[in-house]
Design a protein around this ligand. Sequence first.
Ligand code: FES
Ligand SMILES: [Fe+2]
Length: 381
Amino acid sequence: MQTEDPAIRTRASAWTPKETLPGRDYHDPAVYEADRSRIFHSLWSCIGREEQLAEPGDYLTQELAGESILVTRTLGGELRGHYNVCRHRGTRLADGCGHVRKVLTCPYHAWSYDLEGNLVGTPNVHEEEGFDRAAHPLWRVHVETWAGFVFVNLSDDPPPLREWLASDPDNPLWFDKYRVEDLRIGRELTYEVAANWKIIVENFNECLHCPTVHPELVQIVPIYRKGEVEERDGWWGNSLADGAGSFTTTGASGLPTLPGIDATDAHTYYGFHVFPNVLLNFMPDSVMYYLLLPRGPEHTTVISNYLFRPETIEGVDGFEENAGEIVKFWDLVSRQDWGICERAQTGVRSKSYAGGGVYPFQDRLLRAFNKRYAAVRGPVA
Ligand code: FES
Ligand SMILES: [Fe+2]
């Protein structure tokens, strides 16, 4: 039996309809440039998981809103962040993830860089030129980790990542108890979505669409039938259906519950946005994250990775089958979301929508996201 805190009803009755962002914020190239420079290239943004570069000599590259970033694991085990740009003539140094013994070599003229980013090899450049390699290391970016996620910051002097997260009004550090840093990627999916990144964030933060778009999901999370994402005032958990402990069509997975979570969490789903580009889904037996990588004003690559305990991935009988059911269920829900996000994107370009739309109370999280977004981004001419 789902209960709904009367305080929610009280707040709903005090709500007056609010404006959405204007249509141009979802398609205008000038707004996209502001999103790139003032958000993705100024704040801490996520680009991947630490396990993707676990060993000394490993590297990870990722395109973050038009800037290719290279993170290396030094021989001493530290992470270093760099622009993935050769100091000679700008060539992209590396692709994907990989491993080198000691140096990364540019595929153009074979200049090489150690894992700290120092330029250590410049074949056929003559000593007598007086060329100073030490003056030409890779351009650095800040890199830090939280919960096993690799975050980069392209600004000059960012706050420490944890301080930044602690100041987040949505309190992502509350989820430290899930010990996501101990989990490992068991499945990786990638989607190309023809929608602005903010449409995807907004869609994630409301469930007015759930009864129409997600008939299977509302069976597992009954509160969604009401178009609501908050069950009790100020508590962002959503109770699973009676007897359910996972995100599958039956509500069961056969996987063990994650360590460190309590009895309530064992039948609760939490969905959470880490501004700007991570959407986290906490289930009793696994965690799934969406990593949003904007490609343009109307295109976002969404990486959807499923995290499990390493011993679950390696040892438990039936992992393939059990994890497969979770992935199958989420993949269905994800595709339903991307389809409707793409459809929303087609309308926000209309001149009729230039002034935007309207938020009822159930869209209050979107309003909060928009206010935060607008404050960070500032005006665009
Ligand atoms: S551009 Fe990289 S070595 Fe020339
Ligand atoms: Fe959805």
